[in-house]
Design a protein around this ligand. Structure first.
Ligand SMILES: Cc1ncc(COP(=O)(O)O)c(C=O)c1O
Length: 406
């Protein structure tokens, strides 16, 4: 190897913590293996299906599309309008009605998934607020800190849940808000926290938003699971709390989960400025950042979303598909808690207070290794379980396995 070679003096990068476990699962030849590690919705048969509304939209697109021409840097206008309506929909309002005082101060960009949106949000902090640090609760989705590192910004990790990973430690969260300096940013999960399932209440969101606005901290709301908690509108309580303060805000949303469009890479960044001019100015920087990263977004997923949301009947169908996914996740949680108690694993009723697909069972690495090796059950670190990976047949098997390693 020559001195100047790209590979000179480097060792392997650490693997991605979640995809790494999923790779181990794939390589396991045992037919009875159970994947509770992947962050995707699965149905009772363990399949991540194409939603029927998505299939219909794709059929329409196939019949009518005329070009594969580039999309604008920020994405197609129809998708951006649809994504905006979904995020900022007024409680009790008709489709298309947006929270008052918000419509003008929002600029939307179509990003490759929620990951692209978070990356763009953090990139904007690095471009527009030099010296700012980005605060992130521990634990969080591991890619948050990887993205912050990639943007060459200092990540400030802070506590925010109780040691037993069962509930919110509001004191720790407010201490972090008080410790951040004005101009810093803080990433918060809009709903269905990954990996803990612990979401603040609407009242707590209002308090968090007020404190952050008061301290001048930029909220980056990572909203990857809208509709998987209590409902599409209910889950946006966090967002509405920040809007009510009038503060600037970045919202990273994803259509990967609620439209099951995982590999289409569709999401959006909503830039909420203090007024219309501020949002428009920030958006010029966002478009410049996009031009240097992915140039313009992959259009197909956005076209699917705008086809569904732009057609009243398809939208109603999709809303019931989201509702069915949410109900299945909630039922899996409930049957799992009952099964854990039945096999003597203990009282896990706190899992019923959690929202979305994930919770932490609080398992150590050696227990997770035993679950994999002795029981072919795959979880992520600290025992992050994906409730959607359970089925009525798998629940007793997993509960028994967990009891055996506890
Ligand atoms: C908290 C959180 N943010 C963002 C994402 C990004 O999702 P995607 O880029 O697949 O849309 C995920 C996906 O797992 C997530 O859990």
């Amino acid at each position: 190897m020559t001195e100047g070679a790209l590979s000179a003096r480097v060792t392997d990068a650490p693997g991605d913590p979640i995809f790494g476990i999923v790779e181990l699962f794939r390589a396991d030849p045992r037919p009875h293996k159970i994947n509770l590690a992947a962050g995707v919705y699965m149905d009772e048969a363990g399949v991540t299906p194409i939603l029927p509304s998505v299939r219909t939209a794709e059929e329409r697109l196939l019949a009518t599309a005329t070009t594969k021409q580039y999309a604008p840097i920020g994405g197609d206008a129809a998708y951006l309008a649809a994504a905006k309506s979904l995020l900022f929909r007024t409680v009790g309002g008709a489709w298309g009605e947006i929270e008052s005082g918000v419509a003008d101060r929002v600029q939307m960009l179509h990003t490759p998934g929620g990951t692209g949106a978070v990356r763009l949000a953090v990139d904007l902090v690095s471009r527009l607020r030099p010296g700012a640090e980005v605060w992130v609760g521990e634990p969080t989705w591991p890619n948050h800190t990887q993205i912050i590192d990639a943007a060459r910004i200092t990540a400030r990790r802070h506590d925010w849940i109780t040691d037993d990973a069962r509930s919110l430690n509001a004191t720790a969260l407010f201490d972090a808000i008080a410790a951040a300096k004005g101009g810093d940013a803080m990433i918060l999960h809009g709903a269905c926290h990954n990996p803990t399932g612990i979401d603040p209440t609407a009242e707590q969101w209002r308090e968090i938003a007020e404190q952050m606005a008061h301290r001048g901290i930029l909220p980056i709301l990572d909203f990857a699971y809208q509709g998987f908690g209590d409902g599409l509108i209910e889950d946006a309580a966090s967002l509405r709390a920040f809007l009510a303060t009038g503060c600037e805000l970045l919202v990273a949303s994803s259509s990967s989960k609620n439209f099951a469009l995982y590999n289409e890479r569709v999401g959006s960044l909503a830039i909420v400025g203090s007024d219309a001019a501020a949002a428009a100015t920030i958006a010029t920087h966002a478009r410049m950042a996009v031009r240097t990263m992915w140039s313009n977004p992959p259009a197909h997923g956005g076209a699917i979303v705008s086809t569904i949301l732009g057609d009243a009947a398809l939208r109603t169908q999709w809303e019931s598909e989201v509702s069915a996914m949410r109900t299945r996740i909630q039922q899996s949680r409930a049957t799992f808690v009952t099964a854990l108690a039945a096999v003597g694993a203990g009282d896990f009723s706190h899992l019923l207070n959690h929202r979305g697909m994930f919770s932490l069972l609080g398992l150590a690495d050696d227990q997770l290794k035993r679950l994999r090796e002795e029981h072919a059950v795959y979880l992520v670190s600290r025992g992050r379980i994906n409730m959607a990976g359970l089925s009525s047949a798998k629940v007793p098997i997993v509960a028994t396995a967990v009891a055996a390693v506890l």
